[in-house]
Structures are given as structure tokens and as C-alpha cells.
Write a protein that binds this ligand. Structure first.
Ligand code: F6P
Length: 456
């Protein structure tokens, strides 16, 4: 079995002259770690930084596990793709074109000019590098699990290079609405749809995203014979709770509790990402305090936003906007001894877990989100937190016991926060039990097995 994804299970960094490795982050990586644990699996990923490239170039055949780095026992080949090609494919096409299209963030889209066309060509080269590596590594008839919007052209390329392989592709984001996708140059739109249709099976977290993909194909007059399937990823509570039980999380938890005293906590954890809608979440929290002053002094908003994609200007600007807004709200509404919002922009997994664990209300108000595993993880980590959840997440399909909100509606989100904070212990316990059941349905092992079963 071959797994192919842009980000892999390891990333490298040179610290005081020494190369050190750390685990790649995000939902995709955690889900695929289960597949990679199988003895016959090879995970092919890209070297994403100069340090990654250095390690990949020095490892035999790019096999970083064979160069002495442990990825929890997984076999990992890291592709040393030219830095310019990678940057154009990842930053310009994947993260600045396909990502905003899939998330309905149309304001941030680039102009489809000459420079962008060059980046599109690079996206083709980047996908072709994966096709060659997979074609080289895969045993006859092997299963290939291609992941996400970085690799939309791989299925068709691989089908041509290796017709014997069983290929699936899974999109971890939503899929673009047909009216948004129609804004792409037609040849590019066709290449993306036909590229994916080279697979034997196409997976999405929600039937809504599968339907949008079908709608985009239909609008281009492309017939879809490949099955489009929904496999909504869930969370395995056991390793999550084991990690949350470690001393560093307990220490952060005690620190947070000491800082907030007996105030109720509205918590959230996200990448610093426009699609996560952190900014409107801050505005909604301020609106809650203005509309319902009984919460002033008795509730705090803990937002952990870990840095992401800081090579893309929109992400840097968004992070700065969130910081400024949090500071402004604190100036306007804070009082001696009570700071309404604490926004932490840093990568501290233990602190993220502690924040979710002590939350009374979890806020997930994404503009659009393939699944949003934090909603599921947060519910499993907390004793009885209520969940305020954007309707535009894949998670909202299943987590119907949450308070569902329109992500653009700041007043509606403020009211949902008020309702969640005002729930009785009994109501909270009931909704929490229902949410926890759903959160743990289809954990990575079963999610993966479903996809393998349909291929065989
Ligand atoms: O949502 C798709 C996804 O691949 C997630 O699995 C992951 O959390 C995120 O994007 C990571 O993005 P990046 O690899 O660009 O940091």
C-alpha cells in the first residue's frame, strides 16, 4: 500500500547545528498514521522546508526512516522537489487557489495572470513528481491512497503510468460550490476534475462535498463514472485521552485554571487560518458580553491559534488582524483582574489539549470545513462541554446535538454562546453524551478500512 500526501508524518529542523525531527501536524497526518503503521505501507510525502530537503537529499532513495529517523515505525520517502516548484504548487495553487475556492473564500483568490499560469504549470510538475515516485515504488496491483487538494492531478497521471494500481483519492477539505469553481479558467477546472476522476474511488468527509464535486463535473459536461463516497472521519478516544493525561497537559491545565479562576471558559483551537473564522469568533464573544452583561467578569474566551502557512500573505495579515481585534476588545471590555480574551498564537499541543479539556463551551465557527476534527476532539477531551458549531462543517452533518450557527452571523453566534453558557448541567450532560457518541464513530482505523474495502 502506498500513501501519498503533501505533508508527511515527519518534519525536520536544524537546532544548534543538529537536525531534529518532529511529527507533522493536522488531521490528515493523524488519520494516515494508522495506514502507515501497516507493515507493507510506504508513505510518500514532500520535503516542505530547506531542512526537510537536506535530510531527504541525504537519505538513501529519500527514505528518511532508513536514514535513522523514526516515524512511529512507518516507512517514509520524502521527495526532494525543487523549492521553487514546491512553493508555486503549495503556496500559490494549493493554498491560495484551490483552498479558498473549496472554502468559499472568494475575496482572497488570485488573478489568473501569467505568473499564476506559471504556478499552475509548477503544480503539474509537482503532481508529476508524485506520480513518478508512486509508479516506481508500488508493487503490482497495490492500493494507492492519494490525499487532498495538493495532489488532484495524481490519480489520472498514475492511472496512465500504472493501470494495474487500485487508486483512491480523499479530499480532506470541502469541495468548491459549482458557482465558485466556475470562476477557474476552464482548462484548469477540467484538468482538476479529470485528474481526480482517474481514481477508482473518490472520498469526501460529507455527502455535501461529494455532491458539490458532482455538480462541478456536471457544469463542465464531464461524465462521472467514478464512485463518489462519503467517509466521515471520527476520532479514536484512546490515544487522545492518553496524550491528554500526560504531565505536560496537566501542568498547562493547572496554569490555565489558575489564570482564569472560576470563570467559565469558551475555548477554541485552530490553525491561524481565515477559513477557521477566528476573527468573527472574537467579535461574537465581544457581542455576547455587550448583549448579556451578566457574563462580564464571569466568562473568558481562550483561543489557541497555532501558526500556519505564514509564507502566504493572507495568513500573516489574518493573524495580525486577530491579534489587533483581541487587544481592542480587551481594552474596551476588560476590567481590573479580568481579561475577556486570551489569544495565544503559538504551537503548543499540550496547551491546546488543556484548553479544550477545561472548556465549558467549545466554539467552532469555520466558514467551511471538510470535517473539523477539533469539534470531535474537544468534545471527547472535555467532561461536559457544550458545542457551538458552524453549519458549514462536515462535523455538523453528524453533531446535530450541537448549537448550529451560520458562520457569518456574529449576533447569532453570540446568542448561541449565551444559550450554551446558560444550559443547565443536565442539558449539557445530555447533549455532551450525544456529541461524544458521534465524535468517536468511524475512527481512523475503520475510516481507512472502509476505503480499502471499496477498492478491493
Ligand atoms: O484540511 C486539510 C488539511 O490537509 C488538514 O488535514 C490539515 O490540518 C491542514 O490541511 C494542514 O495544512 P498544511 O499541511 O498546509 O499545514
Amino acid at each position: 500500500m502506498v500513501i501519498a500526501s503533501n505533508r508527511g508524518p515527519l518534519s525536520f529542523r536544524r537546532v544548534e547545528g543538529e537536525i531534529t525531527s518532529s511529527r507533522g501536524g493536522g488531521g490528515l497526518v493523524s488519520a494516515m498514521a494508522v495506514a502507515a503503521a501497516q507493515p507493507d505501507a510506504l508513505w510518500i510525502c514532500a520535503a516542505l522546508s530547506d531542512d526537510d530537503r537536506e535530510v531527504a537529499a541525504g537519505a538513501p532513495g529519500g527514505r528518511v526512516d532508513e536514514a535513522g529517523f523514526d516515524a512511529d515505525g512507518a516507512s517514509v520517502r520524502m521527495l526532494d522537489i525543487d523549492a521553487g516548484v514546491l512553493s508555486a504548487a503549495y503556496n500559490s495553487i494549493a493554498n491560495s487557489t484551490l483552498w479558498p475556492l473549496n472554502h468559499g473564500l472568494l475575496d482572497g483568490l488570485p488573478a489568473y495572470d501569467e505568473e499564476w499560469r506559471r504556478d499552475w504549470t509548477a503544480y503539474g510538475e509537482y503532481n508529476a513528481a508524485f506520480v513518478s515516485a508512486i509508479a516506481e515504488e508500488a508493487a503490482p496491483g497495490a492500493i494507492v491512497l492519494v490525499q487532498d487538494y495538493h495532489l488532484d492531478l495524481v490519480p489520472a497521471g498514475l492511472r496512465e503510468a500504472r493501470p494495474d494500481l487500485k487508486i483512491s483519492h480523499f479530499t480532506h477539505t470541502p469541495w468548491a460550490k459549482p458557482q465558485d469553481f466556475a470562476g477557474l479558467p476552464e482548462d484548469v477546472a477540467r484538468a482538476v476534475i479529470s485528474g481526480l476522476l482517474g481514481a477508482d474511488s473518490l472520498g469526501f468527509h460529507s455527502p455535501r462535498w461529494a455532491a458539490d464535486f458532482g455538480g462541478c463535473a456536471a457544469a463542465l459536461g464531464i461524465e462521472v463514472t467514478t464512485p463518489l463516497r462519503a467517509h466521515p472521519l471520527g476520532v479514536d478516544p484512546e490515544p487522545l485521552l492518553a496524550r491528554a493525561g500526560e504531565p505536560d497537559v496537566a501542568e498547562r491545565r493547572a496554569g490555565l485554571r489558575a489564570a482564569v479562576g472560576d470563570a467559565a471558559v469558551v475555548g477554541r483551537v485552530d490553525r491561524t487560518e481565515p477559513a477557521k473564522n477566528i476573527h468573527r469568533g472574537l467579535l461574537a464573544f465581544a457581542e455576547l458580553l455587550r448583549r448579556h452583561p451578566e457574563h462580564v467578569g464571569h466568562v473568558v474566551h481562550l483561543a489557541v491559534a497555532y501558526p500556519s502557512r505564514q509564507d502566504v500573505a493572507e495568513y500573516r495579515d489574518y493573524t495580525a488582524l486577530c491579534r489587533d481585534t483581541a487587544a481592542r476588545i480587551n481594552d474596551e471590555l476588560g476590567r481590573d483582574g479580568w481579561k475577556p480574551i486570551s489569544l495565544e498564537v503559538r504551537d503548543d499541543y499540550a496547551r491546546s489539549l488543556a484548553t479544550l479539556a477545561i472548556s465549558d463551551v467549545l466554539l467552532v465557527n469555520s466558514m467551511r470545513d471538510g470535517m473539523n476534527l477539533v469539534a470531535k476532539e474537544g468534545v471527547l477531551l472535555s467532561d461536559d462541554a457544550a458545542l457551538v458549531l458552524s453549519r458549514e462543517t462536515g462535523a455538523a452533518d453528524e453533531m446535530t446535538a450541537a448549537m448550529l450557527v451560520d458562520p457569518l452571523d456574529i449576533e447569532g453566534t453570540a446568542e448561541a454562546l449565551h444559550d450554551a453558557l446558560s444550559m443547565s448541567r443536565k442539558q449539557r450532560a445530555e447533549s455532551h453524551a450525544a456529541l461524544a457518541r458521534v465524535a468517536a464513530a468511524l475512527p481512523p482505523r475503520e475510516w481507512l478500512q472502509q476505503q480499502i474495502d471499496v477498492l478491493s
